[in-house]
Design a binder for this molecule. Structure first.
Ligand SMILES: NC(=O)c1ccc[n+]([C@@H]2O[C@H](COP(=O)([O-])OP(=O)(O)OC[C@H]3O[C@@H](n4cnc5c(N)ncnc54)[C@H](O)[C@@H]3O)[C@@H](O)[C@H]2O)c1
Length: 254
């Protein structure tokens, strides 16, 4: 069988839920040895069990990506990765006036510093190993203005910029670094947002959010996972410093 990620040691952050969970599961079906790194133990164990039951290789480790010592210790313990998927992320609603310093710090600590912590800890091992592939989870907001997403846009713009910086600095180390820019993908991320902000008109908002994508619906985590597999596989050997839209046309079909 042609498994495109055979024996690739892969770290996926935020793999206890949503897009990260789908990526962990899809990577395992493609032969990767998957390490599920997340704060959420219950979801992480579920993901691990689902992969093991399907005959794949997976191991959950509790990790807070905001904690540099924890990231460094765990990555040293696990040894060099062939693939790093920086997917853990949190959302934030608001404009610049009603986004306060604590919220900026909260979003920065996970979505920016968390990505930095994992890049900083993973790259030396990848270099020693002769190379690797890194995929960062950016967003449509890295490229287009979306209302009421001030702090979140700041963080995803930084993910895009970190992707280019790493891609450039490690060309000679054979490390490819790309990011994905998803539009709305139907995960707990979206459900929690609707629950918190639109309890009384959830269905109406769900419909509105779906129609934001010209294709007329939200994306599915498995659709993001399929692109992630390709970009992290050797089939994408000529692709680095790219920011892939996966958004049902939302960025370019306004
Ligand atoms: N769902 C969307 O519409 C959408 C669109 C564009 C980009 N994204 C991005 O995709 C990524 C995944 O989103 P999702 O929709 O699957 O969200 P999700 O909430 O379903 O999953 C996020 C995961 O990250 C984990 N996490 C949060 N903080 C963490 C920390 N400090 N350390 C370790 N793990 C942590 C959570 O426990 C959770 O398992 C995020 O970076 C998000 O910004 C999502």
């Amino acid at each position: 069988m042609d498994l495109v990620l055979s024996d690739k040691k892969t770290f996926v952050t935020g793999a206890s839920s949503g897009i990260g969970q789908a990526i962990a599961m899809k990577f395992a079906t493609e032969g990767a040895e998957v390490f599920i790194l997340d704060l959420n133990e219950e979801g992480g164990t579920k993901t691990e069990n689902a992969i093991l039951e399907a005959g794949g290789s997976a191991c959950f480790h509790k990790l807070d990506v905001t904690n540099p010592e924890q990231v460094q210790d765990l990555f040293s313990q696990l040894g060099p990765a062939n693939i790093l998927v920086n997917n853990a992320g949190i959302s934030s609603i608001g404009n610049v006036e009603n986004t306060f310093p604590e919220e900026m710090d909260r979003i920065y600590s996970v979505n920016v510093k968390g990505v930095y912590n994992c890049l900083h800890a993973a790259i030396p091992g990848m270099k020693e190993n002769g190379g690797g592939a890194i995929l960062n989870m950016a967003s449509i907001v890295s490229k287009v203005g979306i209302s009421e997403r001030f702090a979140y846009s700041m963080s995803k713009g930084a993910v895009f910029a970190m992707t280019l910086s790493v891609a450039k600095d490690y060309l000679d180390s054979n490390i490819r670094c790309n990011c994905l820019c998803p539009g709305r993908i139907h995960t707990a991320f979206v459900d929690d947002y609707l629950e918190k902000n639109y309890l009384d008109n959830r269905d109406e908002m769900f419909d509105k959010l779906s129609k934001f994508q010209p294709i007329g619906r939200m994306g599915k985590p498995v659709e993001v996972a399929a692109l992630a597999v390709f970009l992290c596989s050797d089939k994408a050997s000529f692709i680095t410093a790219s920011a892939y839209d996966i958004d049902g046309g939302a960025t370019l079909l306004r």
